[in-house]
Write a protein that binds this ligand. Structure first.
Ligand code: IMP
Ligand code: MG
Length: 173
């Protein structure tokens, strides 16, 4: 399998640091509850939060929308969504990619229905804008991608390639 690089390691690291700086300015020392969406956002979140200069609490949740291939199932399942009391908190959701937008919408609705947060922001490493089926827009994102199935830097194809330090796509998928 040939992987074509879209964003290299250095480019990613520079962009993540730049985005974290923007967030440091927004939160301005206020505590933030970071909610990392497993499994894909782990690599991005690990890099991003190490640039943060505010107090950070980190939670992990697991949802699933993709089946065993590259086509979205169109349904989002909450696999593990145990969260602390987020009333009055600044909540920052961290995702790997927004594709159809269904996962992001599910999550934002879930938080909105269950808590009265002080602020809720959505940060996605990648934004596949052309695949969107709703009007969800991330508050923060690193890069926009075309409607191609991408891998690396946390993103997988059948569970593989999450460890790649760069983002690319498999040319024959
Ligand atoms: P959505 O609900 O369609 O926005 O899909 C979101 C989830 O699908 C992401 O959190 C990813 O786990 C997965 N996903 C969507 N596009 C890709 C891709 O190009 N590569 C790997 N995973 C993807
Ligand atoms: Mg995901």
């Amino acid at each position: 399998m040939k992987i074509k690089t879209l964003f290299g390691e250095e480019e990613i690291q520079n962009r993540v640091a730049e985005l974290a700086e923007e967030m440091n300015k927004f939160y301005n020392g206020r505590e933030v509850y970071v909610i990392v969406v497993l499994k894909g956002a782990v690599v991005f979140a690990a890099d991003l939060i190490r640039h943060f200069n505010m107090p950070v609490k980190t939670e992990f949740i697991r949802l699933s929308s993709y089946g065993a291939n590259t086509a979205s199932s169109g349904k989002v399942h909450a696999v593990d969504i145990a969260l602390p009391d987020l009333n009055g908190k600044n909540v920052l959701i961290i995702e790997d990619i927004i594709d159809t937008g269904l996962t992001a919408k599910f999550l934002l609705d879930f938080i909105g229905c269950n808590f009265k947060t002080k602020s809720t922001k959505f940060c996605s490493f990648l934004d596949k804008k052309t695949a969107r089926v709703n009007d969800i827009e991330p508050d923060y994102f690193c890069f926009e991608v075309d409607d191609k199935f991408v891998i690396g830097y946390g993103l997988d194809y059948n569970g593989n390639y999450r460890n790649l330090p760069y983002v690319g796509y498999i040319q024959n998928v």
